[in-house]
Design a protein around this ligand. Sequence first.
Ligand code: C5P
Length: 311
Amino acid sequence: MTSAALPPASVTVRVPAKVNLELLVGAPREDGYHPLATVYHAVGLFDEVTVTAAAQWGLTVNGPQSLGVPSGDGNLALRAARQLAEAAGVQDAVHVVLRKDIPVAGGMAGGSADAAATLVACDALWGLAMTRQELEGLAATLGSDVPFLLSGGTAMGSGRGEVLAPVLARGKFHWVLALSEGGLSTPAVYAECDRLRGAAPVADPVPSPEMMTALRSGDPHALAAALQNDLQPAAISLMPALGDVLEAGMEFGALGGVVSGSGPTVAFLAESHEAALDLAVSLTASGAVQDVRRATGPAHGAHVVGGPRAG
Ligand code: C5P
């Protein structure tokens, strides 16, 4: 080391992306949110968040998926850090570095993942030792998907998605993620879902027995048959090319496919590691999608991978 300065105190946290294996959407509530019955599944596509003690709040974004990440106070990770400081009475500021591999506005909860990771990182940096419950409470105020990214794995979500319950799930699943150019705005997709439904009555969302059975069995064929997303017609309505992507994946041998969350990422389930490789190659060669990634699930939620180092 050429400088006499010691490395700054910093903590790095790794956080996965999510897909929704099931996303059932009710009629909008008074507050505008939609009641959900969803099954979250964390997959091994990761962002890394590093927080470093600093004289003032700041944010740097890098990595393959950094384009389009909101900067400054519009960034959910920075909001998470400030909110935790306020809740815990911490006076110090941090500089947040996001290394983005989760697509932006892709329906994989990239922004929520960064917020969850920042909570875990700042908790460690500041030595707060907050309980999981305390962190989940803060996470829920930041966004509906944020609490799930703290825990990861496979879990049921209800309320607006922030109320988590464990689910019995076996096995490891092989996913091929088809990324499309341009993101979709989550509020716009929910609004389109309401518009497509029109005045028709909407039943309260209830988890399907087929999904619960499929998860208990760990059988990818059963899981593929049970994949469903009420937001899928709305995402396809706003981005019609997604219909072609779904068709292409099935033609190339996927067991099943579903738009992830509000899209536009499409998650395809493959039978094995080899089948996922073949599917990824075919989808890439087809030119139907912007990028193709493979990932296995379930993955662990936000967890510390480096630091804290002495300041
Ligand atoms: O909770 P979050 O900030 O991630 O939600 C983003 C937007 O998605 C909300 O402002 C709302 O328009 C929509 N949303 C919804 N119902 C949910 C979750 C999100 O309408 N259960």
